[in-house]
Design a protein around this ligand. Structure first.
Ligand SMILES: Cc1cc2nc3c(=O)[nH]c(=O)nc-3n(C[C@H](O)[C@H](O)[C@H](O)COP(=O)(O)OP(=O)(O)OC[C@H]3O[C@@H](n4cnc5c(N)ncnc54)[C@H](O)[C@@H]3O)c2cc1C
Length: 376
């Protein structure tokens, strides 16, 4: 078996890369290998599905804006359903020391509509929110992503453009010769010879890259999400609430609420199970921010990984040391909103075009002293 490009991982990173390679007519000879029986079942299927482009880091924001543009206006044939429900994102100023609203405003991308609300306005926008607040900001065009349609749209487009996608295909080793990757070995014992290996394995990416001798470091961290039982007082299209003075967000989900205490704990990717202690933390934050729902029955709790590079920016580009090794990883907490930008950039770079300034910002070589300087 042989391929021009082997993509390891069938989450947002791998699928968007495959999609954009196919879209530029370079899908032939590309094989995507996903260990699970289905695509998008790890972080890309276990996240909060929030489209938030208001972010402090200018490069992540730029990628988020490009990703959001794609989500609002995908290419013809990508899907016949909207990929975003723009329910709005409400940022109430509460807690001990919320940042000044002007500081938060400065993190908004150009052109994003942001309304300043007083306390009554905050309550009216999201009646399920109930903490004392001086006011807040509402971004009415941020919202919820249809994750299933996004993942399937990438996969459909990739296949249509000639990419081979294999599920149940676990990569156990990367083979190198003279400092270059030459093949990947599968759990089945098969070997796939290839010119380029794209590591897009989420929380497992660092481990796989290390098999080829890469020094690029990634930090998988665990975050929990909880959902509560359906409650008729919750408007299913109320805005997402993301508090400014505390690490907490919530949004309507399946008739109840989806809750997150924004936990971040380093984790072994093979042991990212639920820590029951999270429920207490969430209960305390719900009592503080959504007092009417304190004690609401929790019906599901799960955990998944947000994986970070050292500076928390994405890693998209060639490995600084190992020839033929290419990274699309470290997507942290923004991999769904920025997926189209990341895949588009990866496909450009694999096609030899490094003209986008994002290429320098996300260059894996930046930690090896070999990265080009990036200025926002
Ligand atoms: C709780 C939580 C909430 C989040 N909320 C949001 C949000 O609201 N908005 C947003 O934009 N982002 C959010 N994120 C971040 C987002 O989910 C991630 O950035 C994104 O899913 C990363 O995609 P990925 O493809 O890199 O990883 P994954 O989706 O994990 O995909 C990696 C794939 O690689 C496969 N794989 C691993 N090892 C191997 C191997 N050896 N062989 C073959 N395949 C392998 C895995 O099975 C997996 O399918 C959230 C994350 C978490 C954990």
């Amino acid at each position: 078996m042989s391929a021009r490009i082997a993509i390891l991982g069938g989450g947002a990173a791998g699928l968007s890369t495959a999609y954009f390679l196919a879209a530029r007519g370079a899908g032939a000879g590309v094989v995507l290998l996903e260990r699970e029986p289905a695509l998008g079942t790890q972080s890309s299927g276990l996240n909060a599905a929030i489209l938030r482009t208001l972010m402090p880091d200018p490069w992540l924001r730029r990628a988020g804006v490009e990703g959001a543009r794609f989500l609002f206006d995908p290419p013809a044939g990508f899907t016949d359903q909207p990929l975003v429900d723009p329910v709005g994102l409400l940022l109430p100023a509460d807690g001990e020391a919320p940042p000044p609203l002007d500081e938060v405003r400065a993190q908004a991308p150009e052109g994003l509509e942001l309304r300043t609300l007083d306390a009554a306005g905050v309550r009216a926008a999201a009646p399920y929110y109930g903490a004392p607040t001086a006011g807040g900001l509402l971004a009415p065009t941020e919202g919820r992503i249809d994750i299933h349609e996004l993942v399937q749209g990438f996969a459909r487009g990739a296949r249509a453009g000639g990419v081979t996608i294999e599920t149940g295909a676990e990569v156990v080793d990367l083979r190198t010769r003279d400092g270059a990757v030459v093949a990947v070995r599968l759990a089945s014992g098969e070997e796939l010879a290839c010119d380029t290996v794209v590591v897009a394995a989420g929380g497992w990416a660092g481990r796989l890259g290390a098999r080829a001798g890469s020094r690029v470091a990634l930090r998988p961290t665990r975050r929990h999400l909880l959902t509560t039982a359906p409650d008729p007082t919750i408007d299913p299209r109320a805005p997402i609430v993301w508090t400014l003075g505390d690490a907490f967000y919530a949004r309507p989900e399946s008739g109840g609420l989806l809750l997150c205490a924004c936990d971040e704990v380093d984790v072994d990717p093979d042991r990212c199970g639920v820590d029951p202690a999270v429920r207490e933390d969430v209960a305390r934050k719900v009592a503080q921010h959504l007092p009417a729902y304190a004690g609401a029955p929790v019906v599901a709790t799960w955990a998944a990984m947000r994986t970070f590079s050292r500076d928390r920016r994405f890693l998209v580009g060639p490995d600084p040391d190992v020839a033929g090794l290419f990274w699309v990883a470290g997507l942290g907490g923004h991999g769904m909103v920025a997926s189209a930008s990341v895949g588009r950039l990866a496909a450009d770079l694999l096609g030899g075009d490094a003209s986008d300034p994002l290429a320098a910002a996300f260059d894996p070589g930046r930690f090896a002293g070999a990265g080009r300087a990036a200025t926002a």
